[in-house]
Design a protein around this ligand. Structure first.
Ligand SMILES: [Fe+2]
Length: 430
């Protein structure tokens, strides 16, 4: 999302995105101040050795002409499908190739802002998702990244695509056509984020009202982009438009209520929130699968459809049963509430000095001096005393500093489910 083409006729492609014995498109390199230079002609081969060679020269991207956009997307898709079906390759590698390829296809649509052919190429991928899921649900489920991972728009979209396939199959059984619609809808549900500035999407700090307003426009923007593609089905446009709506009417963009929210949007909403909560954010670590389900359960009937959520619980529980290691992903302790996650305005303002107030739900609390902030951590001065009914003394891990993550973990492990962290910085603290 951060790469932009220096030339409107071309779009950038990471050098490790493809390898092919017969390229279906030309590859170009661009050097500062120069025109595009042809690197490999269509029909030539490009291998990992070539990739290593380019990397050694400090080259990270080559360029493909916009007119060959669909050929490129098709090649990435075919590469991913071949990899997943190649049983001589270990599962970890196969799933990584498919996830990376899908992520690159989505990223490419978003950076190039060219979505013509999206339902053909990502539709091909969605078709494969449905087929793989139908053949072997357990094997397919490994495409859902349940490891501790950071939240990025494209990886999130891949996960939602995989999750919608699994949930669709759980709810609809043999209705393969509808499962495929859900897969594709999940893969592209956040396409409207291509219209949100990258620095707003990736901002580590608290969003301003204006920035939040930009984010809230992504469902409508996505729907209007897809509506312009006549091969995209109305159900997929609907998933894109309504995946942030809630049954109680408190969602966005239109605040529609239960009976106005389609089945497709309800499915997408459950998987979307599940993945968003399980991934790590700058202000908190990832949350373990069962803890995410516990948090979401409180919103059943308010945000989520009970039947759809119940089916998703079964899917997640089955995945954990099949591989108990999946249950251990996530660093937050079950029972922690959403409010008990340290917000991140401090990461945004990076004050040299500030105060962090750690409060219980009833408002009592104490403060600690912030001595340093880093990208993901708030480093506090030595001891922090919590003004709880039972006083808790938190000792820094290394005797000098303590991370926000560590704090959450320690407090959670004491069963303090109602703790609210509020960060006061600069003038606010004064
Ligand atoms: Fe979204």
């Amino acid at each position: 999302m951060t790469i932009s083409s220096p030339n409107a006729e071309y779009f950038p492609v990471p050098i490790d995105a493809i390898q092919s014995e017969g390229l279906g498109f030309d590859l170009y390199l661009m050097y500062e101040g120069c025109q595009a230079v042809l690197y490999r002609k269509s029909g030539a081969s490009y291998s990992m050795c070539d990739c290593d060679e380019l990397r050694e020269k400090g080259i990270t991207h080559f360029y493909v002409r916009n007119v060959q956009h669909q050929q490129f997307q098709r090649a990435v898709c075919e590469q991913a499908c071949d990899a997943f079906e190649d049983e001589s390759v270990v599962r970890e590698k196969r799933t990584r190739i498919v996830r990376d390829s899908c992520g690159k296809m989505i990223e490419n649509f978003m950076t190039s802002k060219r979505v013509d052919g999206i339902s053909e190429t990502l539709g091909m991928m969605a078709g494969k998702f449905g087929e793989w899921c139908n053949n072997d649900k357990s094997e397919f489920s490994y495409l859902l990244d349940m490891s501790e991972h950071d939240f990025y728009t494209t990886t999130h979209m891949v996960n939602v695509g995989v999750g919608c396939t699994l949930l669709g199959a759980e709810l609809l059984g043999n209705d393969h056509e509808m499962v495929q619609v859900l897969s594709l809808g999940g893969l592209i549900h956040d396409i409207g984020k291509c219209g949100v500035p990258t620095d707003v999407l990736n901002k580590e700090g608290k969003l301003s009202d204006e920035e939040w307003g930009m984010i809230r426009k992504h469902p409508e923007l996505g729907a209007s982009i897809l509506r312009a593609q006549k091969e995209v089905s109305p159900e997929i446009v609907d998933m894109t438009l309504n995946h942030h709506e809630r049954l109680d009417g408190k969602g966005y963009p239109n605040g529609i209520r239960a009976d106005e929210i389609s089945f497709h949007a309800r499915v997408c909403s459950v998987v979307d929130v599940y993945d968003a909560l399980s991934s790590a954010r700058p202000y908190r670590g990832p949350i373990a699968p069962r803890a995410v389900l516990d948090m979401m359960r409180e919103d059943v009937g308010k945000a989520f459809d009970a039947k759809v959520f119940g089916a998703w619980e079964r899917v997640v529980e089955r995945m954990i049963e099949e591989n108990p290691a999946r249950a251990a992903s996530g660093t937050q302790t079950p029972g922690m509430k959403l409010e008990a996650m340290i917000p991140s305005p401090i990461a945004q303002s990076r004050p040299e000095n500030g105060y962090m107030t750690i409060r219980r739900g009833d408002g009592t609390g104490t403060s600690a001096e912030v001595v340093q902030t880093t990208l993901c951590e708030v480093i506090l001065s030595a001891d922090v005393r919590l003004d709880c009914s039972e006083q808790v003394e938190l000792q820094p891990e290394d005797g000098a500093a303590m991370s926000a993550k560590y704090l959450s973990k320690r407090l959670g492990s004491r069963g303090e489910t109602q703790l609210v962290f509020k960060l006061l910085t600069g003038n606010q603290a004064a």
